[in-house]
Design a protein around this ligand. Sequence first.
Ligand code: NAD
Length: 267
Amino acid sequence: MKKLNNGMSVPMVGLGTYALKGETCVRSVLEAIRAGYRLIDTAHMYGNEREVGVAVRKAVDEGLVSREDVLVITKLYPNQFDQARKAADLALDRLDIGHIDMMLLHHPGPGDVAAYGILEEYVASGRIRALGLSNYYIRELDDFMGRVALPPALVQNEIHPYYQDAGVTRHILSRGVAVQAWYPLGGRGHQKALFGDPVILRIARAHGKSPAQVMLRWNIQNDVIVIPGSSNPDHIRENISIFDFSLSEADMRDIAALNRDEKHDWY
Ligand code: NAD
């Protein structure tokens, strides 16, 4: 668990739902909760808040968890910033799970500070428990933090062995803000390179773990929360089974040396 600057605790592993649609989304979120996940990442932009909500309610109804046990993160897209109240109400309505645990601004953009100001009202009234940002780097974060009252609790950025952005991560953590990695496995279309990387493979074999587990473990040992995405029940279970081994300092150094500053998405 990672303790946030507002006192909340967040699991180090959550399920990413970017590519999960319809029934597949409902099934995968339920599968994840059954496997022990207590953190789910969605967004207005993914078009699946409703399905995430259905799955969380189902899990509660089936007695798998109580609502308080599961943290749901969603995000406002920049084209919603000028109507943040309407957008927040829409997210609350679509999810239909009472409160939202955390709302992120998906990207920096015009009106982000004002939109965040409106979300602060939702935090004050308990409809949203925490606020955060995504795709904010050193300059963007420092500028933003100078202009808002409630410090963001978390920043979600691209982080995997080929795009480590270590200086940005250190900076965000030094400001008392948690860091969460999107594309922790490199994102779709990059599996062959990352999963077949000789260094990752060697470390995985040495620990009797999979390349995915090594990459996720590397992030959490750097104090970075991960949200791998998958609809495959075996992968969903595999991705949270990373608390029974640890990477050595040499392993961590060898993975650090793989950085290529190779971003796998444009933002
Ligand atoms: P990922 O890096 O988590 O996964 C990439 C691919 O790996 C997927 O195709 C998946 O099927 C596969 N995979 C997962 N587990 C595996 C395993 N154990 N073995 C083999 N293959 C496995 O990429 P992602 O799901 O696109 O990203 C993770 C999450 O990050 C998203 O679901 C979303 O929630 C979030 N995200 C946020 C932003 C942002 O701008 N804030 C951008 C992109 C993604």
